[in-house]
Write a protein that binds this ligand. Structure first.
Ligand code: KG4
Ligand code: ZN
Length: 344
């Protein structure tokens, strides 16, 4: 089975072709092409993603990237078994570009069309490369989301908790912006933190030791801003120390929430996915936490943590195997919670 996946929900225009060979219970995925055009230069001078610019850039690039992916894989559209695209949630202009492109290809070449929830793409991506069986606990941490879920299969999720304000990736991005480290902030903060003293600044840990699995990051964001305002000029280690302290605080909070998730829904596997899962320090913290609960932590390769087409193609394969395809009148969904998706 071979599926082409399109991802255009934020600021990466991405197309991939993924093939699966083995049958149930767990097929093995092979990435035949995975091209990503990152719109970083378009958005950098604004310090964040500008939706109109993103939509236009997706439109300009998407056809070329589909051709490039097919060329890399050495395939024609006729060789595919399905066309998948992110159907939401995300910036609606971009999602429309991806969905329209996928529908047009599916219609013209008489292939099934699969609308993939972007979060489901992240949630299932680990199974493309790792031997992970359902059900598993999932910590989904990205620029727009921070959730704990039980994953039983495509379209079959129970949400244990979510953020009541900001997403954790947003908090990384804001911290980087305040410190002048550039955009996107996550990788910059991680690099700066590597040489810093995590014990120097004491920052608040919202929701720490509270019952349940919800998150909150706005208080931490404010505390980082206030700390930056108080820094003295010439304090050369301040940036590294603050990044390290911030990262440790985030690690404390994520581990605390995951401990509660293990109590609510015991599981031999904790999966971390989404852009923030690329952070190696946070992975180590979660590895330790999982081990304390007799579980293992599994994460996608770093390159597949941030947005990409391979995770959409893979989720397309998982759905296609179960006969879960979509009609060509599917409407892009700017909001699309995972846990209420069980009927689709
Ligand atoms: O999943 P993703 O690519 O896009 C969304 O669906 O939101 O996640 C992007 C987020 C950004 O906030 C980015 O700063 C963060 O993931 N991120 C990281 C790292 N790499 C990306 N955060 C912490 N450490 C990293 N190494
Ligand atoms: Zn994402």
């Amino acid at each position: 089975m071979r599926v082409l996946g399109i991802e255009t929900s934020c600021d990466e225009t991405a197309v991939a072709i993924v093939e699966t060979t083995a049958a149930a219970p767990h097929p093995v995925g092979r990435i035949l092409a995975n091209v990503v055009y990152s719109q970083l230069t378009e958005h950098r001078r604004f310090g964040g993603v500008v939706p109109e610019i993103a939509a236009r850039a997706h439109l300009e690039r998407i056809d070329g990237l589909v051709e490039e992916a097919l060329g890399t894989a050495g395939l024609d559209l006729a060789d595919l078994d399905g066309i998948a695209a992110t159907g939401g949630p995300g910036l609606i202009g971009g999602v429309m570009v991806g969905v329209m492109t996928a529908k047009a290809l599916a219609f013209a070449h008489e292939k099934p069309f699969i609308a993939v929830n972007h979060l489901e793409g992240h949630a299932l991506s680990v199974r493309l490369t790792e031997d992970v069986t359902f059900p598993y606990l999932l910590l989904l941490v990205s620029g727009g989301h921070c959730q704990l879920l039980t994953v039983r299969g495509p379209g079959d999720f129970t949400r244990l908790g979510t953020t009541i304000d900001d997403a954790v990736g947003e908090c990384f991005d804001k911290t980087a912006k305040l410190l002048g480290l550039g955009f996107p902030g996550g990788p910059a903060v991680e690099r700066a933190a590597a040489g810093g003293n995590p014990g120097r600044f004491s920052l608040p840990r919202p929701m720490w030791r509270k019952p349940g699995c919800d998150f909150s990051f706005s208080g931490l964001k404010t505390a980082v801003r206030q700390t930056v305002e108080r820094l003295e000029a010439g304090d050369r280690s301040a940036i590294a120390d603050l990044c390290a302290s911030f990262q440790r605080t985030v690690g404390d909070v994520l581990a605390d929430r995951c401990a509660n998730a293990f109590a609510m829904s015991p599981s031999p596997t904790l999966v971390v996915a989404g852009g923030v899962a690329a952070n190696l320090y946070l992975r180590r913290r979660l590895e330790d936490l999982a081990a304390r609960h007799g579980a293992r932590l599994v994460a996608p390769p770093v390159k597949l943590c941030t947005d990409n087409g391979a995770m959409i193609a893979w989720a397309g394969i998982e759905r296609l195997r179960l006969g879960m395809v979509d009609a060509l009148d599917f409407k892009p969904r700017p909001r699309w919670p995972l846990h209420s998706d069980s009927a689709s």
